[in-house]
Design a protein around this ligand. Structure first.
Ligand SMILES: C[S@@+](CC[C@H](N)C(=O)[O-])C[C@H]1O[C@@H](n2cnc3c(N)ncnc32)[C@H](O)[C@@H]1O
Length: 277
Protein backbone atom coordinates (compact mmCIF):
# COMPACT_ATOMS: atom_id res chain seq x y z
CA UNK A 1 0.00 0.00 0.00
CA UNK A 2 1.34 3.45 -0.93
CA UNK A 3 2.15 5.88 1.90
CA UNK A 4 -0.26 8.48 0.53
CA UNK A 5 -3.09 5.98 0.53
CA UNK A 6 -2.29 4.76 4.07
CA UNK A 7 -2.09 8.34 5.35
CA UNK A 8 -5.50 9.05 3.86
CA UNK A 9 -6.97 5.91 5.49
CA UNK A 10 -5.40 6.75 8.87
CA UNK A 11 -6.87 10.23 8.71
CA UNK A 12 -10.38 8.97 7.85
CA UNK A 13 -10.25 6.19 10.48
CA UNK A 14 -9.23 8.69 13.16
CA UNK A 15 -12.03 11.05 12.14
CA UNK A 16 -14.83 8.51 11.64
CA UNK A 17 -13.94 5.60 13.93
CA UNK A 18 -11.89 7.37 16.61
CA UNK A 19 -8.96 4.93 16.37
CA UNK A 20 -5.39 6.14 15.81
CA UNK A 21 -3.80 3.63 13.43
CA UNK A 22 -0.36 5.20 14.03
CA UNK A 23 -0.30 3.23 17.27
CA UNK A 24 -0.71 -0.11 15.45
CA UNK A 25 1.96 -2.06 13.54
CA UNK A 26 1.85 -0.92 9.91
CA UNK A 27 2.30 -4.16 7.86
CA UNK A 28 -0.29 -6.13 9.84
CA UNK A 29 -2.79 -3.26 9.78
CA UNK A 30 -2.35 -2.70 6.03
CA UNK A 31 -2.95 -6.40 5.35
CA UNK A 32 -6.11 -6.35 7.44
CA UNK A 33 -7.38 -3.16 5.79
CA UNK A 34 -6.84 -4.53 2.28
CA UNK A 35 -8.66 -7.75 3.16
CA UNK A 36 -11.57 -5.79 4.65
CA UNK A 37 -12.00 -3.54 1.62
CA UNK A 38 -11.86 -6.53 -0.75
CA UNK A 39 -14.59 -8.28 1.26
CA UNK A 40 -16.77 -5.20 1.71
CA UNK A 41 -17.56 -4.95 -2.01
CA UNK A 42 -16.63 -1.24 -2.28
CA UNK A 43 -14.29 -0.43 -5.19
CA UNK A 44 -12.12 2.04 -3.23
CA UNK A 45 -11.59 3.68 0.16
CA UNK A 46 -13.36 7.01 -0.52
CA UNK A 47 -16.57 5.13 -1.43
CA UNK A 48 -16.19 2.89 1.61
CA UNK A 49 -15.73 5.85 3.98
CA UNK A 50 -18.71 7.67 2.46
CA UNK A 51 -20.83 4.56 3.06
CA UNK A 52 -19.88 4.10 6.72
CA UNK A 53 -20.64 7.74 7.46
CA UNK A 54 -24.32 7.09 6.82
CA UNK A 55 -24.48 3.51 8.08
CA UNK A 56 -23.79 3.11 11.80
CA UNK A 57 -24.03 -0.70 11.57
CA UNK A 58 -21.28 -0.83 8.94
CA UNK A 59 -19.23 1.63 10.98
CA UNK A 60 -19.44 -0.58 14.09
CA UNK A 61 -18.58 -3.67 12.05
CA UNK A 62 -15.47 -1.96 10.72
CA UNK A 63 -14.40 -0.83 14.20
CA UNK A 64 -14.91 -4.37 15.57
CA UNK A 65 -12.77 -5.74 12.77
CA UNK A 66 -9.94 -3.27 13.35
CA UNK A 67 -9.73 -4.06 17.03
CA UNK A 68 -10.09 -7.91 16.87
CA UNK A 69 -11.91 -9.36 19.85
CA UNK A 70 -11.14 -13.08 20.07
CA UNK A 71 -11.24 -14.29 23.69
CA UNK A 72 -12.36 -17.12 25.98
CA UNK A 73 -12.87 -17.84 29.68
CA UNK A 74 -9.62 -18.78 31.46
CA UNK A 75 -7.69 -18.30 28.24
CA UNK A 76 -4.31 -19.92 28.94
CA UNK A 77 -5.35 -22.05 31.98
CA UNK A 78 -1.79 -22.51 33.37
CA UNK A 79 -1.45 -18.74 33.78
CA UNK A 80 -4.81 -18.50 35.51
CA UNK A 81 -3.73 -21.33 37.80
CA UNK A 82 -0.61 -19.33 38.75
CA UNK A 83 -2.78 -16.29 39.31
CA UNK A 84 -5.06 -18.31 41.57
CA UNK A 85 -2.48 -20.15 43.66
CA UNK A 86 0.28 -17.55 43.87
CA UNK A 87 -0.64 -13.98 42.89
CA UNK A 88 -4.14 -13.63 44.38
CA UNK A 89 -3.24 -15.09 47.81
CA UNK A 90 -0.26 -12.70 47.99
CA UNK A 91 -2.42 -9.71 47.11
CA UNK A 92 -5.19 -10.80 49.47
CA UNK A 93 -2.73 -11.09 52.35
CA UNK A 94 -2.34 -7.31 52.45
CA UNK A 95 -5.99 -6.42 51.81
CA UNK A 96 -9.19 -8.41 51.82
CA UNK A 97 -10.83 -6.72 48.83
CA UNK A 98 -9.03 -5.99 45.61
CA UNK A 99 -9.38 -3.41 42.84
CA UNK A 100 -8.93 -5.23 39.55
CA UNK A 101 -8.93 -3.91 35.97
CA UNK A 102 -9.43 -6.05 32.89
CA UNK A 103 -8.10 -3.71 30.18
CA UNK A 104 -9.18 -4.79 26.68
CA UNK A 105 -11.81 -7.15 28.07
CA UNK A 106 -13.49 -7.97 24.75
CA UNK A 107 -16.88 -9.65 25.41
CA UNK A 108 -16.22 -10.02 29.12
CA UNK A 109 -14.77 -13.54 29.27
CA UNK A 110 -11.58 -12.34 30.99
CA UNK A 111 -13.36 -10.09 33.51
CA UNK A 112 -15.84 -12.82 34.47
CA UNK A 113 -12.96 -15.34 34.82
CA UNK A 114 -11.34 -12.94 37.32
CA UNK A 115 -14.65 -12.39 39.11
CA UNK A 116 -15.10 -16.16 39.50
CA UNK A 117 -11.57 -16.64 40.87
CA UNK A 118 -12.02 -13.85 43.39
CA UNK A 119 -15.43 -15.06 44.49
CA UNK A 120 -14.03 -18.58 44.96
CA UNK A 121 -11.00 -17.29 46.87
CA UNK A 122 -13.14 -15.26 49.23
CA UNK A 123 -15.88 -17.83 49.84
CA UNK A 124 -18.33 -16.09 47.54
CA UNK A 125 -17.79 -12.73 49.22
CA UNK A 126 -18.44 -10.21 46.49
CA UNK A 127 -16.84 -7.04 47.73
CA UNK A 128 -13.99 -6.81 45.23
CA UNK A 129 -14.15 -4.06 42.60
CA UNK A 130 -13.72 -5.28 39.05
CA UNK A 131 -13.53 -2.76 36.24
CA UNK A 132 -13.52 -4.04 32.66
CA UNK A 133 -12.89 -1.77 29.69
CA UNK A 134 -12.64 -2.03 25.94
CA UNK A 135 -12.65 0.31 22.97
CA UNK A 136 -15.29 -1.77 21.24
CA UNK A 137 -18.81 -0.73 22.08
CA UNK A 138 -20.54 -3.85 20.73
CA UNK A 139 -18.20 -6.20 22.63
CA UNK A 140 -19.09 -4.28 25.80
CA UNK A 141 -22.81 -4.63 25.14
CA UNK A 142 -22.30 -8.39 24.86
CA UNK A 143 -20.28 -8.44 28.07
CA UNK A 144 -22.89 -6.45 30.01
CA UNK A 145 -25.61 -8.85 28.88
CA UNK A 146 -23.49 -11.76 30.18
CA UNK A 147 -23.68 -13.68 26.93
CA UNK A 148 -24.48 -15.62 24.90
CA UNK A 149 -21.18 -17.52 25.02
CA UNK A 150 -20.37 -20.58 22.92
CA UNK A 151 -18.99 -23.99 23.92
CA UNK A 152 -15.60 -22.80 22.57
CA UNK A 153 -15.74 -19.79 24.91
CA UNK A 154 -16.23 -22.03 27.94
CA UNK A 155 -13.87 -24.85 26.88
CA UNK A 156 -11.33 -24.06 29.66
CA UNK A 157 -13.91 -23.36 32.31
CA UNK A 158 -13.75 -25.86 35.20
CA UNK A 159 -17.07 -27.80 35.40
CA UNK A 160 -17.82 -26.72 38.99
CA UNK A 161 -17.57 -23.03 37.96
CA UNK A 162 -19.70 -23.66 34.90
CA UNK A 163 -22.42 -25.11 37.11
CA UNK A 164 -22.24 -22.40 39.73
CA UNK A 165 -22.03 -19.30 37.57
CA UNK A 166 -23.73 -20.10 34.23
CA UNK A 167 -27.14 -20.88 32.86
CA UNK A 168 -27.49 -22.84 29.64
CA UNK A 169 -30.17 -21.90 27.13
CA UNK A 170 -30.31 -23.59 23.71
CA UNK A 171 -26.67 -24.65 23.90
CA UNK A 172 -25.50 -21.12 24.75
CA UNK A 173 -23.99 -20.07 28.06
CA UNK A 174 -25.16 -17.04 30.03
CA UNK A 175 -23.44 -15.61 33.10
CA UNK A 176 -25.80 -15.65 36.09
CA UNK A 177 -26.88 -12.23 37.40
CA UNK A 178 -25.09 -12.73 40.70
CA UNK A 179 -21.70 -12.76 38.92
CA UNK A 180 -22.70 -10.31 36.19
CA UNK A 181 -23.35 -7.63 38.79
CA UNK A 182 -19.77 -7.89 40.08
CA UNK A 183 -18.19 -6.38 36.98
CA UNK A 184 -18.44 -2.75 35.86
CA UNK A 185 -18.01 -2.43 32.08
CA UNK A 186 -16.90 0.89 30.55
CA UNK A 187 -15.73 2.05 27.14
CA UNK A 188 -12.10 3.18 27.21
CA UNK A 189 -9.37 3.63 24.61
CA UNK A 190 -6.04 2.49 26.06
CA UNK A 191 -4.17 4.61 23.52
CA UNK A 192 -5.95 7.87 24.18
CA UNK A 193 -8.01 8.00 27.37
CA UNK A 194 -6.64 8.87 30.81
CA UNK A 195 -6.33 6.13 33.42
CA UNK A 196 -7.97 6.95 36.73
CA UNK A 197 -7.46 5.20 40.05
CA UNK A 198 -5.04 2.76 41.62
CA UNK A 199 -5.32 -0.99 41.13
CA UNK A 200 -4.06 -4.12 42.87
CA UNK A 201 -4.18 -6.11 39.65
CA UNK A 202 -4.25 -4.99 36.01
CA UNK A 203 -4.92 -7.68 33.43
CA UNK A 204 -4.13 -6.64 29.87
CA UNK A 205 -3.76 -9.70 27.68
CA UNK A 206 -3.57 -10.08 23.91
CA UNK A 207 -4.37 -6.42 23.38
CA UNK A 208 -1.01 -4.79 22.68
CA UNK A 209 0.14 -7.35 20.10
CA UNK A 210 -0.77 -5.02 17.26
CA UNK A 211 0.48 -1.84 18.98
CA UNK A 212 3.73 -0.26 17.81
CA UNK A 213 6.62 -0.56 20.29
CA UNK A 214 6.42 3.11 21.39
CA UNK A 215 2.67 2.86 22.06
CA UNK A 216 3.21 -0.38 23.98
CA UNK A 217 5.97 1.10 26.13
CA UNK A 218 3.99 4.21 26.92
CA UNK A 219 0.98 2.08 27.94
CA UNK A 220 3.07 -0.15 30.23
CA UNK A 221 4.46 2.98 31.92
CA UNK A 222 0.91 4.23 32.46
CA UNK A 223 -0.09 0.82 33.87
CA UNK A 224 2.86 1.08 36.26
CA UNK A 225 1.54 4.43 37.50
CA UNK A 226 -1.94 3.00 37.88
CA UNK A 227 -0.79 0.11 40.11
CA UNK A 228 -0.46 0.33 43.87
CA UNK A 229 3.01 -0.57 45.17
CA UNK A 230 3.08 -4.37 45.18
CA UNK A 231 0.29 -4.48 42.58
CA UNK A 232 0.61 -6.88 39.65
CA UNK A 233 0.33 -6.54 35.87
CA UNK A 234 -0.76 -9.75 34.09
CA UNK A 235 -0.04 -9.77 30.32
CA UNK A 236 -0.61 -12.25 27.46
CA UNK A 237 1.32 -15.49 27.01
CA UNK A 238 3.53 -14.18 24.20
CA UNK A 239 3.93 -10.65 25.55
CA UNK A 240 6.77 -9.19 27.55
CA UNK A 241 7.15 -5.81 29.18
CA UNK A 242 10.26 -4.31 27.61
CA UNK A 243 12.69 -2.61 30.05
CA UNK A 244 10.50 -3.83 32.91
CA UNK A 245 13.09 -3.10 35.63
CA UNK A 246 13.65 0.43 34.28
CA UNK A 247 9.94 1.06 34.50
CA UNK A 248 9.88 -0.07 38.13
CA UNK A 249 8.55 -3.61 37.59
CA UNK A 250 9.91 -6.77 39.14
CA UNK A 251 9.30 -9.91 37.06
CA UNK A 252 7.41 -12.44 39.19
CA UNK A 253 7.01 -15.13 36.54
CA UNK A 254 6.36 -15.29 32.80
CA UNK A 255 3.47 -12.85 32.14
CA UNK A 256 3.41 -11.42 35.70
CA UNK A 257 5.08 -8.15 36.72
CA UNK A 258 4.91 -6.58 40.15
CA UNK A 259 5.22 -2.85 40.80
CA UNK A 260 8.20 -2.62 43.12
CA UNK A 261 8.90 0.06 45.68
CA UNK A 262 11.58 1.51 43.45
CA UNK A 263 10.73 4.56 41.43
CA UNK A 264 10.70 4.04 37.67
CA UNK A 265 14.18 4.75 36.32
CA UNK A 266 14.54 7.22 33.48
CA UNK A 267 15.54 5.16 30.50
CA UNK A 268 15.24 7.49 27.52
CA UNK A 269 18.81 8.51 26.57
CA UNK A 270 17.58 11.99 25.58
CA UNK A 271 16.11 12.57 29.04
CA UNK A 272 19.20 11.18 30.78
CA UNK A 273 21.29 13.56 28.74
CA UNK A 274 19.16 16.55 29.71
CA UNK A 275 19.41 15.66 33.37
CA UNK A 276 23.18 15.07 33.36
CA UNK A 277 23.91 18.28 31.44
C1 LIG B 1 -7.82 -10.29 21.29
S1 LIG B 1 -8.89 -9.42 22.36
C2 LIG B 1 -8.24 -9.87 23.94
C3 LIG B 1 -9.34 -10.12 24.95
C4 LIG B 1 -8.85 -10.61 26.29
N1 LIG B 1 -8.00 -9.64 26.92
C5 LIG B 1 -8.15 -11.94 26.17
O1 LIG B 1 -6.94 -12.00 26.32
O2 LIG B 1 -8.81 -12.93 25.87
C6 LIG B 1 -8.27 -7.75 22.15
C7 LIG B 1 -9.24 -6.69 22.69
O3 LIG B 1 -8.54 -5.46 22.78
C8 LIG B 1 -9.42 -4.42 22.42
N2 LIG B 1 -8.65 -3.25 22.00
C9 LIG B 1 -7.88 -3.08 20.88
N3 LIG B 1 -7.35 -1.85 20.83
C10 LIG B 1 -7.78 -1.24 21.97
C11 LIG B 1 -7.57 0.07 22.50
N4 LIG B 1 -6.83 0.96 21.86
N5 LIG B 1 -8.15 0.38 23.69
C12 LIG B 1 -8.92 -0.53 24.35
N6 LIG B 1 -9.17 -1.77 23.90
C13 LIG B 1 -8.60 -2.12 22.71
C14 LIG B 1 -10.25 -5.03 21.29
O4 LIG B 1 -11.47 -4.33 21.09
C15 LIG B 1 -10.43 -6.46 21.76
O5 LIG B 1 -11.63 -6.63 22.45
Amino acid sequence: MENVEYNYIKCQVRKLVGVDLNCYKTPQMQRRLKAYLARSGYPNWPKFFRAIQVDPVELTKFKDYLTINVSSFFRDPAKYRFLQISILPQLLRTQPYLRVWSAGCSRGQEAYSLAMLLAENNSLDYRHQILATDIDHSALEWARAGGPYTTDDVAHLPPNLRLRYFEIQQNKYWVKDELRQQVMFRQHNLLADPIAGKFDLIVCRNVVIYFRPEAKESLFRRFHNALKTGGVLFVGGTEIVPKAADMGFETVNVSFYRRSNNQARLSTPAIKHLISS
